[in-house]
Design a protein around this ligand. Structure first.
Ligand code: NAD
Length: 512
């Protein structure tokens, strides 16, 4: 049984998708796939609502988010139930990754938005400082299309949406068809705090709806999802000359050095690989461990894996695979590795104890770069461990995939760890932790190579949903430019003299 089952459109009606709980296979409901016509109506409403919203102060916009935090806390059990039904992940993971993160993101941006979006007076250099004044205004772009994936279905829909809104934009949000009800919670939350009508529309549907949002005539796309879809989104944005931010997949390496604390490294490896059933964009997808500590590290990993409890009710550590199609990819990667000589140290199959979509936490050894599991995103509870002769080989192999999202380094050598981190071709690196950069809102998070374009969070997070508009004011009412003509040989000689005085001496540098 599939989690997402296409249902033929009734005559004159819309296509539907049937949804079932991945942990129990119980039906959840059906959604209608919204089409280009629905998207166009939502865009019209957004265009009408946005100017009045943009005219409000940032503080006023932020107050909606502050109220949303209180609503979320009051209604968290209702939200958790929706997330549990669609994802089948442990309640602890929903609390940490969805509810706590949502409160953190809402509170942080509500508090800092005024500072991030405040108009700036920027001092000028050289002679310009005598002649002009510069202001930068952060002008909203208009309507932002937010397209989100299924692995963090609430937080990955909420975070870009509230950033775009705070910056003065309207939003069309298209959550994943695998977890549409969790994405719709964003709309429910902001409706509960009476966000003005039309400012946010949640559009339900699959790729057809997503494509309609991208092509509708919005002013920017904020996309989180796979490399394949990201590429087609980027192509469409390029044709329309609109900006896009692409947060795409990864194949994050973990490097375990000879001096690492092996207990912590083993604990970090299993959290990195099995948290959220392995559906973490910056999760641990492959481990390179230096030969002299490889046996001990692997043993410690296996001891911890043996203690993990898989389940769908009560207390458990690892939940279901969220999506049937992902389960097929995970199985294919493990089968390919085993066929090419990898050794299964744990798991490696669907868990026969459950009806739902469960794959046992899996550890592979004797892996190499000819295997899919070391080259393509597995996005499941699979931990391949590869022995390497030294740190140089680890870095060389870590850089040998088309991805570059995150990476982790485990070492007791503070300086050496930073040096190693610098050499890895990735958007971010964590030293002695699993990849938690996404949750650190001060850190710009995004991918290199095929893992994406642009960054979320960091000091420019909100500004990336605006056009930074310079307003240049002449201190003398435009007298200098107005008196420019007629050109003369005498003036040319003066200009040449000035260039010599400035740039043949330290004066030019001093004024710059
Ligand atoms: P996906 O690309 O299949 O779908 C993402 C979204 O795009 C969904 O809402 C989908 O309906 C929509 N979509 C599909 N076709 C479209 C089209 N032609 N035009 C516009 N929209 C379209 O990805 P997924 O399977 O939902 O998500 C998993 C992927 O997301 C993984 O690769 C994961 O690493 C990545 N991800 C990245 C980050 C990050 O921050 N870098 C975070 C979470 C997930």
């Amino acid at each position: 049984m599939a989690i997402v089952t296409p249902i033929e459109a009734p005559p004159g009606g819309r296509r539907q998708l049937g949804l079932a709980n991945p942990a129990t296979r119980e039906p959840i409901g059906k959604i209608e796939v919204q089409n280009a016509h629905d998207v166009a109506s939502a865009l019209k409403a957004a265009r009408q609502a946005q100017p009045e919203w943009a005219a409000r102060s940032v503080n006023e916009r932020a107050r909606y988010l502050t109220r949303a935090v209180q609503t979320l806390i009051e209604r968290q059990d209702e939200f958790i139930d929706v997330l549990l039904r669609e994802s089948g992940k442990p309640r602890t993971e929903i609390l940490m990754m969805e509810i706590y993160s949502a409160c953190d993101v809402l509170t942080y941006y509500a508090k800092h938005a005024v500072g991030m979006l405040r108009s700036e007076k920027r001092p000028l250099h050289g002679f310009m400082r005598l002649l002009k004044k510069l202001r930068i205004e952060y002008r909203p772009l208009g309507v932002i299309g937010v397209i989100s994936p299924w692995n963090g279905p609430f937080i990955l829909s909420l975070s870009p949406t509230i950033q775009a809104l705070l910056a003065g934009n309207a939003v069309l949000l298209k959550p994943s068809e695998v977890t549409p009800y969790s994405g719709k919670l964003v709309g429910d939350l902001l409706e509960a705090v009476a966000l003005p009508d039309g400012l946010l529309t949640v559009l339900m549907g699959d790729g057809e709806t997503g494509e309609a949002v991208v092509g509708a005539g919005v002013d920017k796309i904020s996309f989180t999802g796979s490399v394949k879809t990201g590429r087609s989104v980027a192509e469409s944005c390029a044709r329309q000359l609109i900006p896009c931010t692409l947060e795409l997949g990864g194949k994050d390496p973990m490097i375990v050095c000879e001096d690492a604390n092996l207990d912590n490294a083993a604990g970090g490896a299993i959290v990195g690989a099995f948290l959220n059933s392995g559906h973490v964009c910056c999760g641990t997808e492959r481990v390179y461990v230096v030969d002299e500590v490889a046996d001990e590290f692997t043993q410690k990993v296996l001891e911890r894996v043996a203690r993990l409890r898989q389940g769908n009710r009560g207390e458990f550590d690892v939940g279901a695979i969220f999506w049937d199609r992902q389960l097929e990819i995970i199985e294919a990667h493990v089968a390919d590795a085993v066929a090419k000589g990898a050794k299964l140290l744990a798991g490696g199959r669907r868990n026969p104890g459950f009806d739902g979509l469960f794959f046992e936490p899996t550890v592979l050894a004797d892996v190499n770069h000819d295997m899919l599991v070391m080259q393509e995103e597995t996005f499941g509870p699979v931990l391949p461990i590869m022995r390497v002769s030294d740190q140089n080989e680890a870095v060389r192999l870590a850089n040998q995939t088309p991805y570059g999202l995150g990476a982790t380094v485990w070492t007791r050598d503070g300086r050496g760890g930073i040096e190693l981190a610098r050499r890895i071709d990735s958007g971010s690196v964590c030293i002695n932790d699993m990849a938690v950069t996404y949750g650190v809102l001060e850190a710009p998070f995004g991918g290199l190579k095929s893992s994406g374009i642009g960054q979320v969070h960091g000091p420019n997070a909100l500004r990336d949903f605006t056009h930074p508009k310079p307003i240049l004011i002449d201190r003398f009412g435009g007298r200098a430019t107005a008196g420019l003509y007629p050109y003369s040989f005498k003036n040319e000689a003066r200009i040449q003299q000035l260039i010599r005085i400035l740039y043949r001496s330290p004066l030019g540098r001093w004024l710059s």
